[in-house]
Design a protein around this ligand. Sequence first.
Ligand SMILES: [Zn+2]
Ligand SMILES: [Zn+2]
Length: 140
Amino acid sequence: MRGQCLCGAVAFEIDCERLKLYQCHCSLCRRQSGAACNAATIVPGERFRWLQGSNRTSSWAKPSGFRTDFCATCGSPVPNSLRGGAYQWVPAGLLEETTDAQVVAQLCWASRASWDVSTAPGLLHDAVPENFGAFINALL
Ligand SMILES: [Zn+2]
Ligand SMILES: [Zn+2]
């Protein structure tokens, strides 16, 4: 499955049979996405490949560790690596053939915006799951 940023400078591919997504409603993801929540998946590093433009991205990180990578040309959020490259965070909106995709979880539901009236498919978590490793495994 392929994905690309708005301008097309950054493109990638993931090996994924059934795409499971989560949405995070925290204040950081709201600012990062500009929307009520982001939508993303996490795949093992070996199932992710840059097709082009990995050198066309910029990165910004909070001291707390929250990090966002984005296309330096168009500003689209782009994939970034988690846990030293063991996993890759992939923003769902960049992906092309997503007919089989399913949202399986909502994170930081308790801190969603007051105007956030998402219908919220999937399991509701009031915050980021404490056992994030188990959460990642449930997406695979
Ligand atoms: Zn771009
Ligand atoms: Zn978040």
